[in-house]
Design a protein around this ligand. Structure first.
Ligand code: CMC
Length: 427
């Protein structure tokens, strides 16, 4: 592509530099646009806007490609593990065995929560949604770990990052325990990151808990599949919150709040609820018709993506994992059959073909999580747990970026122009 782009406004011409990344579309650098022309660009939802430069994750939505630091997601999901992927996202390279061991040890040793945080949970109603608890507790970490909130100190930033990755499983497991009225379990350092989380969630103090290796592997893979996804809504929220200099725990709490929405991380919960509501394959056409009806707000949850206009590569791995887990555990779940059939029908339907709507990561994950024993309300909390590493990696990258400024979009104002105040008695 050319190295500059020209813009004509009225009888004036302006040139803007074109920047190229290592792969993917070029971008037009419009940073000087307003200063030179007195106009802004208009792009609600940022569909054509690159908000930053990043070296962490690359997505080619048309080709269905997702790379973390250059490594394809399917290779990482098949061959790596969540600790290694976390190291990769944070540091840019795969660790050597010593580095991996040290990183894993550091994360393991940060898994306990300040004891006083347990009382924080008790302020929530028992029926509180785990995401409501996660927002509150993660935000509260900034009141407990004062020695890692100075964002100008790279060491404190790294400690905060390690704490967030390490404590998130404990926080999520405690949210679950609180909802079922069981005692909280402390982490156990001889278990893996994922095994530890499973024990803290499903174990009880009254008896030993044995981690099922099949479930541990599937869960770890689910964490890898959710670890990062470039500048999605929650990551952009974390970056925007962080751009003001807010502390890391507050920024991640903001990311959790954004992730909760049904158009984003809340879709896994919504997708399983939808599949259960459909119940049997005969009802699929009714739901497909509703999804296509412009007057019906219903959407096929777990379908469609802002960036992927092809099969979400994470959905492919997730579908295969769903089959493996259910087979290994000897579970036959009609919901998986409904999901498969729904996907098959939708993928042949003109509406979905024309709009390039394919199953996304959330379409099959609920089936696996439900087979493992998680209630639907925990699904998005698990997404938050895994995405925390992506959030902190992106947050660190932003703070270290000399081009970063406070995020401050402008607007096209369409409200009333200036008018005089009229006292209430005269209106
Ligand atoms: N079912 C039916 N129609 C759909 C769907 C769907 N799931 N998704 C998009 N469409 C239609 C939409 O109505 C629109 O039609 P038209 O052009 O006639 O107005 C067209 O496809 C484009 O949709 P859009 O809403 O403009 O696209 P977007 O990029 O703003 O939205 C999305 C992307 C993911 C929010 C949307 O596809 C959606 O709501 N999907 C269901 C929720 C979901 O599964 N979300 C998880 C996303 S992946 C995990 C994550 O990021 O957290």
């Amino acid at each position: 592509m050319a190295d500059k782009a020209s813009l004509t406004i009225g009888d004036k011409n302006f040139d803007y530099p074109v920047m190229s990344g290592s792969v993917g579309p070029d971008v037009i650098d419009i940073r000087k646009l307003y200063g030179q022309t007195d106009v802004f660009t208009y792009d609600p939802g940022f569909t054509s806007t690159a908000s930053c430069q990043s070296q962490i994750t690359y997505i080619d939505g048309d080709a269905g490609i997702l790379l973390h630091r250059g490594y394809p997601i399917d290779q990482l999901a098949e061959q790596s593990n969540f600790m290694e992927v976390s190291y990769l996202l944070l540091n840019g390279e795969l660790p050597g065995s010593d580095e991996l061991e040290q990183f894993t040890r550091t994360i393991t040793r940060h898994t306990m929560l300040h004891e006083q945080l347990a009382t924080f949970y008790r302020g929530f109603r028992r029926d509180a949604h785990p995401m409501a608890i996660m927002c509150g507790v993660v935000g509260a970490l900034s009141a407990f770990y004062h020695d890692s909130t100075d964002i100008t100190d790279p060491r404190q930033r790294m400690i905060a990052s390690h704490r967030l990755i390490a404590k998130m499983p404990t926080i999520a497991a405690m949210a679950y325990k609180y909802s079922v009225g069981q005692p909280f379990l402390y982490p156990q350092n001889d278990l893996s990151y994922t095994g530890n989380f499973l024990r803290m969630t499903f174990g009880v103090p009254a008896e030993p808990y044995e981690v099922n290796p099949i479930i541990e592997k599937a869960m770890d893979r689910i964490f890898i599949l959710h670890a990062d996804h470039e500048q999605n809504a929650s990551t952009s929220t974390v970056r925007l919150a962080g751009s003001s200099g807010a502390n890391p725990f507050a920024c991640i709490a903001a990311g959790i709040a954004c992730l909760w929405g049904p158009a984003h991380g809340g879709a896994n919960e919504a997708a399983l609820n939808m599949l259960r509501e459909i119940g049997r394959p005969e009802r699929i056409p009714e739901y497909i018709a509703r999804a296509k009806d412009k007057d019906d707000p219903f959407r096929l949850m777990g379908f469609g993506h802002r960036v992927y206009k092809n099969f979400d590569p994470r959905a492919k791995v997730m579908q295969q994992t769903a089959t493996e887990v259910l087979d290994d555990l000897g579970i036959s779940d009609p919901v998986l059959d409904t999901a498969r059939e729904l996907a098959e029908i939708a993928l042949k339907d003109d509406y979905f073909i024309e709009k390039k709507l394919y199953p996304n990561v959330d379409f099959y994950s609920g089936v696996i999580l439900s087979a493992i024993g998680f209630p639907t309300t925990m699904f998005t909390a698990l997404f938050a747990l895994a995405r925390t590493v992506g959030w902190v990696a992106q947050w660190n990258e932003m703070i270290a970026d000399p081009e970063q400024k406070i995020g401050r979009p402008r607007q096209l104002y369409t409200g009333p122009t200036q008018r005089d105040y009229v006292p209430v008695g005269k209106r």
